[in-house]
Write a protein that binds this ligand. Sequence first.
Ligand SMILES: Cc1cc2nc3c(=O)[nH]c(=O)nc-3n(C[C@H](O)[C@H](O)[C@H](O)COP(=O)(O)OP(=O)(O)OC[C@H]3O[C@@H](n4cnc5c(N)ncnc54)[C@H](O)[C@@H]3O)c2cc1C
Ligand code: FES
Length: 280
Amino acid sequence: MSNSVAKQLEEHPLVPMVGEVSKIVDETPDVKTFHIYYEQGKPFTPMPGQVAMLSLLSVGEAMFSVRGVDENHLEFSLKKTGILTDALHEIEEGQKVGVRGPYGNGFPIDFCKGKDMLFIGMGIGLAPVRTMIYHCINNREDYGKMQIIYGARSPQDLVFKEDLFENWHKVPNCGVDVTVDRGDDDWDGNVGFVPPFVEGLAPNPENTVAIICGPPIGIKFTLPVLEKLGFTNDQIITTLEMRMKCGIGKCGRCNIGSCYVCLDGPVFSLEQLKVMPDEY
Ligand SMILES: Cc1cc2nc3c(=O)[nH]c(=O)nc-3n(C[C@H](O)[C@H](O)[C@H](O)COP(=O)(O)OP(=O)(O)OC[C@H]3O[C@@H](n4cnc5c(N)ncnc54)[C@H](O)[C@@H]3O)c2cc1C
Ligand code: FES
């Protein structure tokens, strides 16, 4: 990051850093990945699980996981769900967008060190999980066995196929299991919902941290399975997708009791969630 960029972020935290969309990848019919280019280098380096506000001039802004970075790029994968994401799905390469961040706590990388890692992603929930998966891959000696479980509604809804079916199979001591709710004529993989799929795979809870992200309904039905397998509340980590406006603890839009999800989260252990008001 250049000195002028660092100064701007410090002095004007709500002003987005404008970058150019250099590449758009169609992941599924309603998910696209946007690679945003900064000539002077990416404006920040997020920790795994951190988020940022992405904006389109005259449309609006919303919070998203920073799914990847390199020297000059930030990457976001967006599911088409509303005003901003609908508009972003219509733009073309070369268009300018704004980003401000990074926000949130990110995954507890020190707590996870020395442990086996179980990753459970559902739908677009694989975007934040992917950041921690790549952190473990890039620091392989710090973590034990990796087990990645991913589920989507159908084969055409599977995101990040190159990771799921090529890249992650080459990682030492790492298993990848994929399921879809319903298959099609070309699909010869697993079929079934994530909770029973996880139960059948029966990951070992001993010295393991489970990171789980996805739609609330998927998380709701997978948590009892993990508990049944012997995972304790402090071994289960998830991210919350509360609605956010400022991202910096000023507007009060994202609070649960006295906790601001944009500052104290979005990553929480189940142990933390269980003592919070049931407002998420
Ligand atoms: C920490 C965090 C990380 C996230 N990461 C990602 C990610 O990586 N990828 C991704 O695709 N999404 C992610 N999201 C979700 C994303 O921020 C939201 O889907 C966002 O609302 C999209 O903006 P939009 O303008 O396109 O949709 P909106 O127009 O805001 O609509 C989104 C949905 O919310 C409903 N809605 C609209 N207004 C309200 C309201 N006032 N109250 C309740 N519901 C309402 C709409 O009907 C629609 O179903 C993340 C959210 C958070 C908080
Ligand atoms: S989004 Fe404004 S306080 Fe959290």
